[in-house]
Design a binder for this molecule. Sequence first.
Ligand code: BG6
Ligand code: MG
Length: 218
Amino acid sequence: MIKACLFDLDGVVVDTAKYHYIAWKRLANELGIDLTEEENEELKGISRMQTLEIILTKGNLQNNFSEEEKAALAAKKNDWYREFVLKMDEKEVLPGVEDFLKVLQANNIRIGLGSASKNAATILEVTNMTAYFEVVIDGTKVTKSKPDPQTFLMGAEALGVDPSEAVVFEDSYKGLKAGLAGGFYTIGIGEERVLGEAHIVVEGVKDVTLATFEAFNK
Ligand code: BG6
Ligand code: MG
């Protein structure tokens, strides 16, 4: 019996994954580093500072900046990213998400958010989605990044459910690994090629119904 659903935010509830990529690419290019969409897959789901480290390492620049300078680079990326975020509204909620959240509510299935982002509260606010999430575990609360299961385990605990009774929705490979490591059922949102290890892979939340969960009972 599924009692709760835990949703990643960026790329699952809203299409902010594209804004993260645009902002990181801008920063990388400014530093003379290329950043392809393929390479960006690896950056999904992890924290801002970890992402910066990966990009700097890719350009062999990891030792060229002090901690303060790195913080300033990350802040610059975040300012660019927030320019997109602050222009967002309800229309940027991905197809089917609100309808499905309403179905979950009507069936007493608890709803939580599990995101690495420190911008999660702002994004939920500007898209008018805050009220749907009983529990929000975000980048301001976690100490261990996905693929560590901490984000989702904290979410399950706050909702009072066992991982074996909950479904994690993830668009990133690292987030999917976090869900699997925590012992959750997982629904990959995106491509089979990236998320093939998930229990189920769909294109978007729009393709999920309560009947989808029946596969977990087998
Ligand atoms: C995750 C995204 O949800 O949040 C990552 O998949 C992002 O791409 C991370 O880097 C941290 O987000 P923020 O908003 O705190 O910079
Ligand atoms: Mg994501």
